[in-house]
Design a protein around this ligand. Structure first.
Ligand code: CP
Ligand code: NVA
Length: 313
């Protein structure tokens, strides 16, 4: 049975450590891995826009010696999924041609179905529910900043409960840090994901909780993290979301209320003047572009493991 990354529920703490240890090796010595996926083809199905995910996967796959196929689902020349071909049939067909599928879409269920009905690894490149590849790069970046032992560190996500929040909540227990969701009462994370993240955290000895007041939440934080207030697919609700989040901008005052070594992270794309001020985004504590770069290194490591070009242990 192939392994997948449908969400971070697919990896335990030891496996996350393995992905990120390999990612560090890949980043340090990319030349050691150039032919590891020679002869392989990887489909990239995208139903939403992307800059980082698309470019980091395409370049990363090229650097591993494989072929990346960018397959948008919209427009007149998109995949047949855009005209109603089922995930079942798409999974069957893809399994006969390619060695893995990277997919960015709306419904998490589409990712689950591709995994259920295909015979190849399926990698979630963002759904409305999860963004696990982002979380891999985020933990890699935190390790670069603070060392591999993240126990006692606190990441505070300031903004709406969303796909990025969900993946960070699951990452905390697997990587050893606490996660606080500083969200308005009207924009909480998914109850189901929160309960799962709390159960995982309890077993791991970490914490996941909601604190609606961002100033209280960031006390002692090592990372303040935010994301766009309007996720892809929510454009019609943009004004209502912005009104609900008006008190949740990450600014210099909020950064000053955190730990002295606190860094600012953002999955990007950023909207200066909305979820973050320009002075924080472009300031000395911002590590957002290291974080963006690490998308590629972490995903290369993930591909090497899922395609069995490197051992899990
Ligand atoms: N962070 C992230 O996934 O960026 P893109 O939407 O540009 O891929
Ligand atoms: N929450 C955002 C993340 C973008 C990388 C979205 O889904 O649009």
């Amino acid at each position: 049975m192939p392994r997948h990354l449908r969400s971070l529920k697919d990896v335990n703490a030891a496996e996350l450590d393995r992905i990120l240890t390999l990612a560090r090796e890949v980043k340090k010595s990319p030349e050691r891995f150039t032919q590891k996926l020679a002869g392989k083809s990887i489909a990239m199905i995208f139903s939403k826009p992307s800059t980082r995910t698309r470019v980091s996967f395409e370049v990363g796959i090229h650097q591993l010696g494989a072929q990346a196929m960018f397959l948008p689902t919209g427009g007149t020349t998109g995949l047949q999924t855009g005209r109603g071909e089922t995930p079942h049939d798409t999974a069957q067909v893809m399994s006969r041609f390619v060695h893995a599928v990277v997919i960015r879409t709306f419904a998490q269920d589409e990712v689950e179905q591709l995994a259920e009905h295909g015979r190849i690894p399926i990698i979630n490149a963002l759904t409305d529910m999860f963004h696990p590849c982002q979380a891999l790069a985020d933990v890699m970046t935190m390790r670069e900043q603070f060392g591999d032992d993240l126990r006692g560190r606190k990441l505070v996500f300031v903004g709406p409960g969303n796909n990025v929040t969900h993946s960070l909540m699951l990452a905390g227990s697997r990587a050893g840090f606490d996660v606080v969701c500083a969200c308005p009462e009207s924009l909480p994370p998914s109850h189901v994901v929160l309960e799962r993240a709390k159960a995982d955290a309890q077993k791991a000895g970490t914490k996941v909780y909601i604190e609606h007041d961002p100033r209280k939440a960031v006390k002692g934080a090592s990372v303040i993290y935010t994301d766009t207030w309007v996720s892809m697919g929510q454009e019609a609700e943009a004004e209502a979301l912005k009104a609900k989040l008006a008190a949740y901008t990450v600014d210099d005052e909020l950064m000053a209320a955190a730990a002295p070594d606190c860094v600012f992270m953002h999955c990007l794309p950023a909207h200066r003047g909305e979820e973050v001020t320009a002075s924080v985004m472009d300031g000395p504590r911002s590590i957002v572009f290291d974080e963006a770069e690490n998308r590629m290194h972490a995903q290369k490591a993930l591909l090497l493991l899922l395609l069995e070009a490197e051992p899990w242990c």
